[in-house]
Design a protein around this ligand. Structure first.
Ligand code: DQA
Length: 142
C-alpha cells in the first residue's frame, strides 16, 4: 500500500521548485506500473487527515504486505501515525520528495524513521519508484 499524507494531493502545483511538477496521479500510476513489473499489486491512498491515514494503515494489516509512506508534515509531528505503523507490524518504507535534512530544522526529526526498514529522501518524485522497488523485493524475499 502506498500512502501519501497531507498536501501531497497538490503535487504538480505545490511549490514545484521543491516538489517537482508531477501530479500525485502521475506518481501513483508510475508506482502501480513499476510494482506490476515485480508481480506486486499497488493500493494507493492519500488523505489530508491524520485519522484517515491511521485508518488506511489499519486497513493495510489485512490488505497489504508492505507500506510505502510519505506522511508529509505528519512525519515530524505524529506519534499516532508511528503507533499505527508499529501496531500493524508491516515493513515500512518511508519516502520524502525533498531532502528534509537540508531544510528547516523542524523537518530534521521523523517519528517514522525509527520503525522504518529504510528512508528515501531528496531524490524528488523518482524516490517513489525506488521505494516501491525495495518494498517489492522485501515482499518477494519474505
Ligand atoms: C515531505 C517533507 C515534509 O517536511 C513536508 O511537510 C511535506 C513533504 C517531502 O516529501 O519532501 O509535506 O514529506
Amino acid at each position: 500500500m502506498l500512502i501519501n499524507g497531507p498536501n501531497l494531493n497538490l503535487l504538480g502545483t505545490r511549490e514545484p521548485e521543491t516538489y517537482g511538477y508531477e501530479t500525485l496521479q502521475d506518481i501513483e500510476q508510475q508506482c502501480a506500473d513499476h510494482a506490476s513489473t515485480f508481480g506486486v499489486q499497488l493500493i494507493a491512498k492519500q488523505s489530508n487527515s491524520e485519522g484517515e491515514l491511521i485508518n488506511y494503515i489499519h486497513e493495510a494489516k489485512h490488505a497489504a504486505q508492505a507500506i510505502v509512506i510519505n506522511p508529509g508534515a505528519y512525519t515530524h509531528t505524529s506519534i499516532a501515525i508511528r503507533d499505527a505503523l508499529s501496531a500493524v507490524n508491516l515493513p515500512v518504507f518511508e519516502i520524502h520528495i525533498s531532502n528534509v535534512h537540508a531544510r528547516e530544522e523542524f523537518r530534521h526529526h521523523s517519528y517514522i524513521s525509527g520503525i522504518a526498514v529504510g528512508v528515501i529522501c531528496g531524490f524528488g518524485t523518482a524516490g517513489y519508484k525506488y521505494a516501491i522497488e525495495r518494498a517489492s523485493h522485501y515482499i518477494s524475499e519474505s
